[in-house]
Ligand binder design. Structure first.
Ligand SMILES: [Zn+2]
Length: 210
């Protein structure tokens, strides 16, 4: 897969995770019969269009045009999750002192403190970007975010849209629902837009926020 965006172009005012208008591309979706069963695919499908058995929304790269707040760039979100990269700067979000742990902001943890595990669609935030993320992200400014480090984590599902067939066309029937990787019966109708990971061993972290 190509590198979805140059890290050097990211900055606090231009977060790595955020898409740009020139990165929005047409999705030539269609249902194709596989052993008689309709599967959502692209008219010009490529092997890299699927991961974890699910079809993924395509996006352009290059960060041209206007920033599309508050949307999420599908490929950069997935890359952040799989490679432990910061949502703001695109660099490693690993803790320099404990490389096995990753810095993360939990936007709205449940009352009573951090849970033992937590599903997340929002990628890590490196220690250096914590302050700017807390100040700049609307969903963090208006919530009760908790800064923490997490231990091992892994993919458990995708956030995506479900499609059905209507007179030969692929039409969206459900928008932005969670689909577990243990729900393969939904894969054939799904278009993934974000990766969901399960965070483990969450520990509150002290970080100076000016
Ligand atoms: Zn960062």
């Amino acid at each position: 897969m190509s590198n979805p965006g140059a890290v050097a172009a990211a900055s606090p005012s231009k977060p790595y995770l955020t898409p740009y208008s020139a990165e929005v591309i047409d999705l030539p979706l269609v249902f194709e019969r596989v052993a008689g069963v309709p599967w959502l695919t692209y008219t010009d499908a490529l092997p890299q269009d699927r991961m974890f058995g699910v079809l993924w929304a395509r996006c352009g790269i290059g960060r041209g045009g206007k920033i599309l707040w508050p949307m999420v760039h599908t490929l950069r979100q997935r890359r952040c999750m799989l490679k432990r990269l910061c949502r703001v700067c695109g660099q490693s979000a690993a803790d320099p002192g404990e490389p096995d742990r990753t810095w993360w902001i939990i936007p709205s943890p449940p009352p009573g403190g951090l849970p033992a595990t937590w599903p997340a669609t929002s990628p890590p935030t490196c220690k250096a970007c914590i302050a700017v993320a807390l100040g700049a992200c609307p969903h963090l400014r208006h919530g009760s975010p908790v800064v923490c480090t997490v231990g091992a984590y892994g993919p458990v599902g995708v956030l995506g849209n479900l499609y059905g067939e209507d007179n030969g066309r692929a039409v969206e029937t459900q928008h932005q629902i969670g689909i577990g990787l243990d729900e393969p019966h939904l894969f054939r109708r799904a278009l993934a837009t974000q990766l969901i990971v399960q965070l483990n061993d969450l520990r509150p972290a002290d970080v100076l926020v000016s």
